[in-house]
Structure formats: C-alpha cells, structure tokens
Design a protein around this ligand. Sequence first.
Ligand SMILES: *[C@@H]1O[C@H](CO)[C@@H](O)[C@H](O)[C@H]1NC(C)=O
Ligand SMILES: *[C@@H]1O[C@H](CO)[C@@H](O)[C@H](O)[C@H]1NC(C)=O
Ligand SMILES: *[C@@H]1O[C@H](CO)[C@@H](O)[C@H](O)[C@H]1NC(C)=O
Ligand SMILES: *[C@@H]1O[C@H](CO)[C@@H](O)[C@H](O)[C@H]1NC(C)=O
Ligand SMILES: *[C@@H]1O[C@H](CO)[C@@H](O)[C@H](O)[C@H]1NC(C)=O
Ligand SMILES: *[C@@H]1O[C@H](CO)[C@@H](O)[C@H](O)[C@H]1NC(C)=O
Ligand SMILES: *[C@@H]1O[C@H](CO)[C@@H](O)[C@H](O)[C@H]1NC(C)=O
Ligand SMILES: *[C@@H]1O[C@H](CO)[C@@H](O)[C@H](O)[C@H]1NC(C)=O
Length: 507
Amino acid sequence: MGRLLALTLAYLAYLLAATIGSERQQHHVQHGPCSYTFILPEVEHCHPLRDFRVTNTLQRDSPSEAEPDSNESKQTKARKERPSLHERKLENLESAMENNTQWLQKLENFIHENVRSGMEEIKRTAVHTQTAAMLEMGTNLLSQSAEQTRKLTDVETQVLNQTSRLEIQLLEYSLFTNRLEKHILLQTQEISRLSDKNSFLEQRLLALEARYGRELQGLQSEKQQLQEILERQSRLVSKLQGELGSSTFNSTLLQRQQAMLTHTVQQLPSVNPRLLVFAEMSNMPKEESLTFRDCAEILRSGMTESGIYSIQLPNSTQTIKVFCDMKTRGGGWTVLQHRTNGSVNFHRGWRDYKMGFGEPSGEHWLGNDIIHKLTSSQEYSLQVQLKDREGNEAFSHYDRFYIDGEDSNYSLHAEGFSGTAGRTSSLTHNGTQFSTKDRDNDLCTCKCSQLASGGWWFEACGPSNLNGIYYPASTSVVRYNGIKWYYWKGPNLMATMTTMMVRPANF
Ligand SMILES: *[C@@H]1O[C@H](CO)[C@@H](O)[C@H](O)[C@H]1NC(C)=O
Ligand SMILES: *[C@@H]1O[C@H](CO)[C@@H](O)[C@H](O)[C@H]1NC(C)=O
Ligand SMILES: *[C@@H]1O[C@H](CO)[C@@H](O)[C@H](O)[C@H]1NC(C)=O
Ligand SMILES: *[C@@H]1O[C@H](CO)[C@@H](O)[C@H](O)[C@H]1NC(C)=O
Ligand SMILES: *[C@@H]1O[C@H](CO)[C@@H](O)[C@H](O)[C@H]1NC(C)=O
Ligand SMILES: *[C@@H]1O[C@H](CO)[C@@H](O)[C@H](O)[C@H]1NC(C)=O
Ligand SMILES: *[C@@H]1O[C@H](CO)[C@@H](O)[C@H](O)[C@H]1NC(C)=O
Ligand SMILES: *[C@@H]1O[C@H](CO)[C@@H](O)[C@H](O)[C@H]1NC(C)=O
C-alpha cells in the first residue's frame, strides 16, 4: 500500500514535473519517513478554481471506468483479484488521499495567497516604477510650469511697471491739470478783481465827470455873470464917453463958430485988416475958398500943414470939414477915422456911423456916406496908422480901397495889402458889410457889433475893429471888445492912437 501511494505520489510528482518543468516552483513536504515534492502550478496559465477537482476524480478512480490508462487498468485488475483487503486498504488510501488532498488544497490556498501577495508585490513595484516616471514627468512639468510662472511673473511685473508708470504719468498729468486749473482760477479771480477795480474806477470817473460838469456849469454861470457885469460896465463907460463926447461937441461947436467967424473975416480982408490979423492969430489951418475934392488936392495947392480943411464931395454942393495929414508918407491924407484918447463914444448906431460923429480935430468918424462918395469917385489907397501903449508905431497899407453905398450896407473893398502892422491883412475880405449895434449884417449868428462894440465891417466877427472901446493904458484885463488889429498885436491891441486915412491911389 505504502509503495503504491509512494508510486502514485511519485507519478504525480513526475507528471507535475513533466508538465511544469524543472524551473517551476516546488514544495517539499515531509510526512513521516516519506517526503513529497510538489510542483506548484503556474497561476497565469491555468484556472485552478474550476479544474482542480481532477485530483479528487483521480482519487475516485474505479475499475468501472474504462480508462485508456494501462497502469490504472492493472490496478483495477489487482483489486478485482483481492476485494476485501484491497477494499480496506483502498479506503485508507482514500482517506489519506483525502487528507492529502485537503492538505494540498490548503497548500494550494496558501500558495495562492503567496502568489497573490507576490503578484501584488510585483504589481506594487511596477506601480512604483511608473510612479517614479510619473514623478519625473511631474517634476519636469513642475519645472516647466515654474519656468512659465517665472516668465508670467516677469511679464506681470513689466505690465505692472508699465501700469505704474502710466499711473505716475496720469498722476503727474492730473497734478499738472490741477495746477493749471488753479492757475486759471487765479487768473479768473484776478480778472474779476480787475474788472471790479475797473468798474470802481469808472464809477469814480463818472463821479468826477459829474463833479467837474457841475463845477464847469458853475464856472460858466459865473462867467456869464461876469460878462453881464462887464457889459453893464462897458455900457456905463460908453454912456460916460457919450456924455464926454457931447461936452466935447459943445466945445467944438464953439470952435466951429469961431472958425466960421475966421472964415468970414478972411473973406473980408480988405474990409477990415484987423480982422485978417485975427484970422491969422486964430492958429487954425487955412481953408481955401476954392473947392477941393480931398486933402491931396489941398496939399497940391500948397497947404502943407496938417489940420482941418473943407472939401467938397463930387457931384455935391455939400462942404465938409476934414482933418488933413500932410506929414505921413508924403502927406495928402484925408482922415476918415481918428482915435487918440477915448474922449468920443464909438459905440453908436447906424445913423451916427452914416452921418459921422466927433470932430475932425479930435476923435471922430467921418461918416459912411462921405467915405463912400469920396472913395467911389476915384481910386483911393488906404493907410491905417497905429500906435501901441509902448509908443511903437505901425501901419497897414491898401493900394485900393473903397466902400459901397448904403444900399449895399457900405460893403468894404480893400486890396493890395502891405505894411508893418502884421503880415496878414486884419481887414476882412471883399464885400464885408458894415454893422452897428442896431443893424447886424455880419456873418455870425451872434451880433458882433454888440459883442465887440462899435460899428465896423464885422465878418464873424473878424480880426479887426478900430472902433472898439478905447481902454485906458492902465487896464490889464483882456478886452475882447477893445480896439483890435489882430495880426499886429493879437486880440486886444490896447492902442493909444489909430488913424484911417485915404489919398488917391495915383498920388
Ligand atoms: C503500465 O505501467 C508500466 C510500469 O510503469 C508500464 O511499463 C506499462 O507500459 C504500463 N501499461 C500500459 C498499458 O501503459
Ligand atoms: C486522515 O486525517 C484524519 C484527521 O485528520 C485522521 O484521523 C486519519 O487517521 C487520517 N487517515 C490517514 C489514512 O492518515
Ligand atoms: C520699470 O522698468 C524700468 C526699465 O525697464 C526701470 O528702470 C524702472 O525702475 C521700473 N519701474 C518700476 C516702478 O519698477
Ligand atoms: C451942450 O450945450 C447945450 C446948449 O448948447 C446944453 O444944453 C448942453 O447941456 C451942453 N452939454 C454939455 C454936456 O455940456
Ligand atoms: C482928447 O484929444 C483931443 C484932441 O487931441 C483934445 O481936444 C481933448 O481934450 C482930449 N480929451 C481928453 C479927455 O484927453
Ligand atoms: C457925378 O455926376 C456925373 C453926372 O451926373 C456922373 O457922370 C458922375 O459919375 C458922378 N460922379 C460921382 C462920383 O458920383
Ligand atoms: C443890408 O442890411 C439890411 C439889414 O441890416 C438887410 O436887410 C439888407 O438885405 C442888407 N443889404 C444887402 C445888400 O445885403
Ligand atoms: C476883391 O475883389 C476883387 C474884384 O472882385 C478882386 O479882384 C480881388 O482879388 C479881391 N480881393 C481879395 C483879397 O479877395
């Protein structure tokens, strides 16, 4: 039996060795004096959980089974030959086999366990290597990503740098803008301050203007008052002068009577020689019984003494007395106007100037009608003699002089100016009409005769008026109504002597 078992086991071991090969894993078991070597199955190439019952099947082999195996058939022949003993031995064998089988099963399980753990080990090492690779890759990746991150941070810092620069610039700009705004604000304030000041100044200017306007008005009203006073005074003076003139007239009336008497005496020289003596003693210029047109004719007739002579106007029987200047520039001058001490009032009306006033011996105006008749009968030249306070003498000469008749308001015509009393003629232009205080023919909207006093050829009101008020030499106030010969001594001449006289142009 033991031999059989051993044989069987050996066979089994052989089978195992044949099938598995010497390199297969083996397991040795010592069972009593017997030792067993088991060749362990390879897990990879078999499916033990399903086919392992083969051992049991082997255990249960019976002769009934028509096994082609020859060796089993021999065993079966042996059992048939000795049933009882063999059966018992078989049973033992069977149980042993059973135990062995169980044990093998255990073993197998154990081996399974071991194999599995080994496998797991193997698997684990594989995982380890893979993990290492993975780790390497991971570290690679990590390093790469670190590089990327570094680059990214670089870029980021650059961007941040740019941004901060931009922000700084923005800040600077905003600061600049702020400064500008502040500046503009300051400027605006300045401008408003200036405009305030300006308006203040304007107000002050307006106030000043108003004040000055008021003061000016006050001054003007004062001036008007002064003018009125002056006017009153000049009227008073004129009145006084008039009175003076009439008193002079009274005295000259007497003189004239005396002269007439002398004349009568002269006409009767043979009758009474004593009377002739009287005439010569009267110290008066001789008058010709012959009629003379003017002083030039008287001079030519042999009278060389300046004085009063009688002349007869052409186409007229009227005899008039004139003063003859027989000295100045060759003499022969018939005096038209004379002023010497302000004794005669020259602020008179139209009719006085027409007829003449004053006495030829003193201050007088020969009369416009006479002047017209005289100067229109032939060509006359005019001589104006002037003397100022200091005794300076000057003259103005006109080669041609005449005045129209009353129907032309005694219009003045004077040409051929020359002389020492100014470079320009102080007599007004051709055709200026004569004006008196009661007949205003001037070119001014005012009344020059009333303003400037006297009768004259006022234009508007012109540069001359020898018939203005005669002011005493002591007066120092500006007189706009005094005797005026503008181009000699300006607006107020203050002459101490004036004479207007004519003689024929061809003298
Ligand atoms: C049975 O076993 C013997 C010895 O092991 C062997 O020589 C013989 O060939 C086997 N019989 C058959 C039929 O295989
Ligand atoms: C089989 O095992 C059982 C229990 O393990 C034991 O009682 C029995 O004697 C063994 N049989 C053989 C033949 O060894
Ligand atoms: C920005 O970069 C420039 C050079 O690229 C450097 O000079 C400067 O200091 C940097 N500014 C900041 C704020 O990092
Ligand atoms: C002038 O004489 C007349 C008489 O001839 C007289 O009535 C008059 O008052 C005199 N005038 C003056 C100012 O003397
Ligand atoms: C003015 O002069 C005339 C003549 O020269 C003279 O007769 C007269 O008395 C004088 N009158 C005055 C106020 O001087
Ligand atoms: C004088 O009268 C004559 C004839 O009547 C006239 O031809 C002449 O023009 C007159 N002369 C003057 C100056 O009036
Ligand atoms: C002369 O004067 C009067 C008034 O003063 C005027 O009516 C008249 O027209 C004047 N004559 C001429 C010719 O201008
Ligand atoms: C005055 O009038 C005359 C003739 O009308 C002219 O020949 C002369 O030039 C004039 N003189 C002036 C100063 O106008």
